[in-house]
Design a protein around this ligand. Structure first.
Ligand SMILES: Cc1cc2nc3c(=O)[nH]c(=O)nc-3n(C[C@H](O)[C@H](O)[C@H](O)COP(=O)(O)O)c2cc1C
Ligand code: SF4
Length: 496
């Protein structure tokens, strides 16, 4: 299902909060076994959210620690640390785990979460690989430098201008001509990928096997993921979550768009091959008793992309291969993303598939609330039918106790995750647990936070980021100096 029909504004679902006793006796707040030897004390779950707070070298900062401390204060059953890069390459203020020097910072993160959750929260880290995406260039620079002047391009010019001399034209003449050319000429002579590089920024595909580093992905990725998992274990995380979702390398291997011809693209078997090889390598390195989960897409929600049938098929294979949980997301692909401004990079949550990943109240008749639950439910059913007990996690527009409880009661998932609601109120699980649900600060699902993420700005929530006393030394501010970085503290009324 993708966004269809006119968009209307949906009200937040009514919230009826349980008493302390009812919360304690509920399904959502009951324990679950994950993997061979881990028990999460609750089925409450905070999925990965990138807050753009690492150093430019990918190291944990005090702001990263604060971000996770604040989520740990609410003591969710499981907290998943943001997408963390498995390579040792520059990638801006995204966390990295591609070398042993990242381990001490990550260990401090683990210690912080243990302390703030009083040991009640199980902590996983999402590990990912991505291929190159460049910013949309100034046309001057694109034609002057980035565009490769190939014989094919010269041939197109010769045809379009009806002048065979272009076939022999020097590089510089081609560049100068194109710099001054009109749009029709540019659209005619550039191929689709060159035009995309001009209009959106250069972006690699995992099926660009003419590029040696793309060709070799199946050879290098199992080892890179396995090394990252070994470091996660050394740092003290309870498990790793393999990021096979959204716009990145592993999701692209699973995609129906994957046309690789080396045994890693085309049929479902071939598309699942590398994801299964990575899982096996991670398992071998991290150990049988270590939690290894997968986050992947129940549907890509793009034209020609993988659908729920594919996801069900992959889910059964992953379960059979011994994954410890499956966390189901939707969409978030580059293929339908909006054109970025010059100097910015294309962002995979701006198009219709991005909407499906983080749905807002401005929605079609289906609305945003629990929108993606049917995907998890279908995957879970198929896994159970195949004889596997692998827990399935659902997320997407879940913001009340009743929603979560009903999902569990209907057997649509085993754990219920909330990203934005937990950003809006990191204490909300604790408030519900203590019978103070009426004090929950409710997410409005209008995606101010996602807009910050898009511009790679430190992520905060509009419901609390302007509420501070500038003279208060306990409040740390975002680099723009106008927003507080963490939600204001909360303590139960009986604790004063
Ligand atoms: C600021 C922000 C950053 C996110 N970063 C990640 C990420 O690193 N990895 C991931 O799998 N999903 C990421 N997501 C998606 C969420 O985990 C979640 O799937 C999505 O927001 C829908 O759930 P919700 O309706 O509870 O917010 C991010 C979402 C937000 C709002
Ligand atoms: S900024 Fe908006 S969408 Fe994001 S967590 Fe806050 S209220 Fe929810």
């Amino acid at each position: 299902m993708s966004l269809s029909g006119p968009r209307v504004r949906h009200p937040l679902p009514p919230a009826r909060w349980p008493t302390r006793e009812a919360a304690a006796g509920s399904r959502w707040f009951s324990p679950i076994r994950i993997g061979r030897s881990l028990t999460a004390l609750e089925r409450t779950w905070v999925p990965a959210m990138v807050p753009w707070r690492a150093t430019d070298d990918g190291l944990v900062t005090p702001e990263v620690l604060d971000w996770y401390a604040r989520f740990a204060d609410g003591q969710p059953g499981v907290l998943v640390v943001e997408a963390t890069g498995i390579r040792d390459i520059a990638s801006g203020p995204l966390l990295r785990i591609g070398d042993d020097r990242f381990v001490p910072g990550l260990r401090a993160l683990v210690d912080t979460v243990r302390e703030h959750s009083r040991g009640r929260t199980r902590l996983f880290i999402q590990i990912l690989d991505f291929v190159t995406v460049r910013r949309r260039p100034e046309p001057e620079r694109f034609f002057g430098r980035y565009l490769e002047v190939t014989d094919a391009l010269r041939g197109q010019l010769a045809l379009w201008l009806d002048d065979p001399r272009w076939r022999e034209a020097p590089d510089q003449s081609v560049r100068e001509f194109l710099r001054a050319a009109d749009r029709v000429t540019i659209e005619t002579v550039l191929n689709d990928r060159e035009l995309e590089a001009l209009d959106y920024g250069y972006r690699e595909r995992i099926w660009d096997t003419q590029l040696p580093h793309i060709q070799e992905l199946p050879r290098v990725l199992p080892g890179l993921f396995a090394d990252a998992a070994r470091r996660a274990r050394e740092a003290g995380f309870d498990g790793v979550e393999l990021h096979y979702a959204h716009a990145y390398t592993m999701a692209s291997f699973l995609s129906r768009l994957n046309t690789r011809r080396d045994g890693y693209g085309g049929s479902r078997e071939n598309r699942a091959r590398l994801p299964l090889e990575v899982l096996a390598a991670v398992r071998a390195r991290a150990g049988e008793d270590y939690v290894v989960g997968i986050r992947y897409l129940g549907e890509e929600a793009i034209e020609g992309g993988s659908d729920l049938d594919d996801a069900v098929w992959f889910g059964v294979r992953f379960a059979g291969a011994g994954v410890d949980y499956l966390s189901v997301s939707k969409g978030g692909r580059f293929e339908d993303a909006k054109q970025p401004k010059i100097g910015e990079a294309v962002y995979p949550y701006t198009g219709p598939s991005g909407y499906e990943c983080m749905p807002t109240v401005l929605s079609d008749a289906g609305g945003p609330f629990g929108r993606n639950v049917p995907l998890a439910a279908a995957i879970r059913r198929a896994i159970r039918d195949a004889g596997w007990q692998t827990p399935v996690v659902t997320s997407g527009g879940i913001a009340t106790f009743d929603q979560a409880e009903a999902i569990l009661e209907r057997g649509e998932a085993d754990c219920v995750a909330a990203a934005r609601q937990t950003l809006a109120d990191p204490d909300w699980f604790r408030k519900i647990r203590l019978g103070h649900g009426d004090r929950v600060r409710r997410c409005e699902f209008t995606n101010y936070c996602e807009g910050l993420d898009q511009r790679h700005k430190q992520v905060t929530c509009k419901l609390w980021d302007r509420a501070f006393d500038p003279a208060d030394p306990a409040v740390s501010l975002a680099s723009d100096g106008r927003r507080r970085l963490s939600a204001p503290p909360w303590s139960p009324p009986d604790e004063g």
